[in-house]
Design a protein. Structure first.
Length: 581
């Protein structure tokens, strides 16, 4: 049915909303025959900057039918996200331009239609889950307000209905205490919780097409499985189509009907999921399927000196209520943790979103307040002032989870990477500075010619590599790596893991590696701790944790992370999948 820009009355909206909810919650919709819901034809996207044209997407075509999931797979910078943003005309022009092609959605060409119709489509008929939630969420509005805004705009709901629907959405995507989280601002949520809030916002209006750009990247493995099951269930019930952008073939195996493999802005292979996964034809597809972190970490020395340790470490956040803001309780983000990390070893920290992993890392570096004993290089630092601890900052570094939020948008990549040198090596020459910046870029697999660009000109994975380069340039003794590979495609993940291991061997570096990706943890960590609700529920060598877990929580994490078998019939046509379920 063609799109209609006319706005119905408030009464009509309410009636149709009620009918929609009843239908979508009680029956399963079979996928109709007919033209595809979305048809992309000969799409090209160019970026023009400094009199140079970059062809980000080159003459690609694909179709998505109602109820179908099409996966766009490729390395960072291959054009996946640019393709997704083009569908909703979300690219800034200039520098972006679309010199040719068509994007037909529900019989309307979105490239030529009016802004009025396009506004009605965005967030209502087509919703998008963005890769980096911190840059997509308004830092000045609560989560409840931001989700409610799209319900008010497109559904005309009142305050009571909005609150009920928002609470329901937050529960669906696995956020605990949704009534409390409605009042939280984005910075008060963990990375995984922010991503779940973005997913809830995208699903609010039951869209016909969901564009999911790495939607589970920041989620722990158990919630990732829940979200994928949720998307599949909604797809069965509503006939929603999904354009799924990912670098994780485990997710592709579970979700996709059709796979398009991209490289250099072009689709190099397109076929049903079962064919691509079982019998890939293109060399690049074979490379992607074979790429995953392998190998083992350098052997640790039990007699090596302890680089960093903590005893009975606590980070409690007060819960305040009332006009006088009295403290009525605490959120125990880290609750009585004891750890010791020796020189040259890697401690893997694993747990669900909100378990306290990132908070533990920040507390060890004295970036947030805490109680308990902290020692670095044998010296107590929990009582040091900010001024006294400043000289130690060179030796204790961190790679943050959200690279875009950690990189200044007003600085070039060269200046960002060299910023630490400007603080800690003020007498360094400009020539040496530039050479060390280029060396750092090469170490993380980036072209040195890109060093004068700005962060927004890079893909999510490339920005994460810039953040790693900024840390490595100072040659620190201890690095907290907070989900450093979560935004990277599989082949680059393997490269970064190999790089981190090589640097550890060469320089005796000590890591705390925080991650929900247990494959990466297994390839890097000598020892592993499993966290839940601020406490350590299991600790031991990586071999013991992966081969002989003792706690039920650890076993559930391992089962969710290492089982890539499909939970539903994958590779079947949409109608057959509905019948199979």
């Amino acid at each position: 049915m063609p799109l209609t820009p006319e706005k119905p009355s408030a009464e009509g909206k309410a009636i149709r909303m009620a009918e929609k909810i009843i239908q979508k919650e009680q029956i399963e919709i079979t996928v109709p025959d007919g033209p595809p819901l979305l048809s992309v034809r000969n799409l090209s996207v160019h970026f023009n900057a400094n009199n140079t044209r970059t062809e980000a997407v080159s003459d690609i075509s694909f179709d998505i039918s109602a109820g179908e999931t099409l996966a766009l797979v490729g390395e960072s910078g291959s054009g996946k996200s640019v393709t997704a943003l083009s569908i909703l005309r979300l690219l800034n022009s200039p520098p972006a331009s679309i010199p040719g092609g068509q994007i037909i959605f529900d019989q309307v060409d979105l490239l030529t239609t009016s802004q009025r119709i396009l506004r009605g489509v965005r967030g209502n008929d087509i919703a998008m889950i963005f890769q980096e939630p911190m840059t997509s969420l308004n830092p000045l509005q609560t989560i409840g307000r931001q989700i409610g805004e799209t319900l008010e705009l497109h559904q005309g709901m009142g305050k009571t209905a909005i609150r009920q629907r928002t609470t329901q959405l937050l529960t669906q995507v696995g956020i605990d205490n949704p009534d409390t989280r409605l009042k939280s601002f984005p910075h008060q949520l963990s990375g995984g919780q922010r991503q779940r809030a973005m997913i809830a916002m995208a699903l609010a209006n039951h869209p016909k097409l969901l564009i999911a750009d790495e939607p589970t990247t920041a989620l722990d493995v158990t919630v990732q499985a829940q979200i994928l099951d949720l998307l599949k269930r909604l797809q069965r019930e509503t006939g929603m189509a999904i354009l799924f952008i990912t670098h994780d073939f485990g997710i592709v195996r579970r979700m996709a009907d059709t796979i398009c493999v991209m490289k250099g802005g072009k689709i190099v292979e397109r076929a049903p999921a079962a064919e691509v996964l079982d019998s890939p034809q293109h060399a690049h597809t074979k490379l992607l399927l074979a790429a995953e972190p392998k190998g083992a970490p350098p052997k640790s020395d039990p007699g090596a000196p302890v680089i960093v340790s903590a005893t009975n470490l606590k980070v409690w956040f007060p819960i305040r209520r009332g006009i006088l803001r009295r403290t009525i309780g605490h959120i125990k983000a880290v609750d009585g943790v004891d750890i010791a990390i020796r020189q040259g070893e890697t401690l893997g920290v694993v747990g669900e979103s909100g378990s306290g992993k990132s908070t533990l890392g920040l507390a060890l570096l004295r970036l947030i307040g805490s109680k308990g004993k902290i020692a670095f290089l044998g010296r107590p630092i929990d009582t040091l002032s900010n001024r006294a601890i400043r000289p130690l900052r060179r030796d204790m570094q961190i790679v943050f989870q959200d690279p875009y939020g950690a990189l200044s948008p007003r600085m070039t990549v060269s200046d960002i990477i060299a910023e630490g040198l400007s603080v800690h090596d003020q007498n360094i020459s400009q020539e040496t500075r530039d050479q060390r910046v280029m060396d750092a870029l090469l170490q993380v697999g980036l072209d040195i010619k890109t060093r004068n660009r700005y962060p927004h000109e890079f893909s999510g994975g490339q920005r994460q590599r810039i953040a790693i380069a900024r840390t490595l340039i100072l040659a620190p003794k201890f690095i907290v790596l907070d989900e450093p590979t979560s935004a990277l495609d599989m082949s680059v993940q393997a490269q970064i893991v190999d790089l981190l291991r090589q640097l550890q061997r060469d320089h005796g570096l000590t890591y705390m590696f925080i991650s929900h990706d247990l494959r990466v943890v297994r390839a890097l960590a000598n020892h592993v701790i499993i966290m839940k609700q601020g406490k350590i529920v299991e600790a031991g060598t990586a071999t013991d944790i992966f081969e002989n877990p003792t706690s039920e929580h650890t076993r559930s994490l391992l089962a969710a992370a290492l089982d890539t078998s499909p939970k539903s019939p994958v590779g079947l046509p949409p109608k057959d999948r509905n019948r199979a379920n």
